[in-house]
Design a protein around this ligand. Structure first.
Ligand code: ZN
Length: 291
């Protein structure tokens, strides 16, 4: 394909590139609100309130509730690939239905020349992102946390976002392109209506999420939109990714940089830069959910 998710096919078996591969799939969806739960203090105050509705003796006066900016919102983080995929080639090569076609369950992802894997990178950034979003009050779900030997498959990754009723889903990746190709980009779902795939309702909100991410990721990391895709916009649109096709909630992929380029790889390998990347993604999600 024109640029089938340039991923390193490091397995002895011929794994397909991430784009073509399973690892690259996400779920997004229309904003389903998760009702915020009453605080324990509120519940306690109710419990002690006199039946007549008068002031409760000894009750703590209720000041204005301190609401964190993402309280009541659910964000699903999809760490691309799985460190164990390399050892489960036959399982991740099995094909699953992505609506438009059948595609491998998942891929191994790429790596730097020094052997820092995309799967390790995506998990690290996802952990940092989770902590930042939780600090802002969001309910956060990780699609996987390397607690399983491989996968999940791309269709399951989408279903997890859908089932959580996520307000936003971000699939975290790094690219595997040619040396000299640098920078980040965000992949948006194309309009797809075929088989079990219908992205009609998520195309617009996903684009909005993606645009916010491009702005905030660049600001936080000081890096630029990709110089090899998206004509400098930092945005790409694809219809071959199961994780996007099968999503019913707003979802995008973030390709944080190119692991095969030495200069980008130096950034991706640095923990302090990964914290900036997570900050940029968190800021983008925050801007989207408040807008
Ligand atoms: Zn990937």
């Amino acid at each position: 394909m024109p640029y089938a998710h340039r991923e390193l096919l490091a397995l002895p078996l011929a794994l397909t590139a991430c784009a073509a591969l399973a690892g690259c799939g996400g779920a997004a969806g229309s904003a389903t609100q998760t009702p915020s739960q009453p605080s324990p203090r509120t519940e306690a105050a109710r419990a002690t309130a006199p039946a007549g509705g008068g002031p409760a003796t000894g009750a703590i006066p209720a000041g204005p509730p301190r609401k964190l900016p993402l309280a009541g919102r659910t964000v699903v983080i999809d760490p691309g690939h799985n460190p164990g995929n390399f050892r489960h080639a036959s399982e991740i090569n099995k094909k699953v239905d992505i609506g438009t076609t059948r595609k491998e369950c998942d891929t191994t992802g790429t790596s730097t020349n020094a052997g820092y894997t995309e799967a390790a990178f995506t998990l690290d950034v996802s952990h940092r992102l989770r902590d930042l979003l939780k600090a802002r009050g969001a309910e956060v779900v990780l699609v996987h946390d390397a607690e399983r030997p491989f996968g999940p498959c791309i269709d399951e990754r989408a279903r997890i976002g859908n089932g959580a009723g996520a307000d936003a889903v971000v699939s975290v990746h790094a690219d595997g392109s040619a040396v000299g190709n640098r920078g980040f980009h965000v992949i948006l779902p194309a309009r797809v209506q075929e088989g079990g795939a219908d992205t009609t309702r998520i195309v617009a909100p996903s684009r909005s999420l993606g645009e916010k991410l491009v702005t905030q990721f660049g600001r936080a990391t000081g890096t630029h939109p990709a110089n090899y895709i998206g004509s400098g916009t930092g945005l790409d649109v694809r219809k071959d990714l199961g994780g996007l096709n099968l999503s019913t909630v707003p979802k995008v992929f973030v390709e944080c940089g190119n692991m095969r380029d030495p200069k980008d790889a130096a950034l991706l390998t640095e923990a302090a830069w990964r914290q900036k990347a997570a900050q940029g993604i968190a800021d983008g999600i925050g801007a989207y959910l408040k807008g």
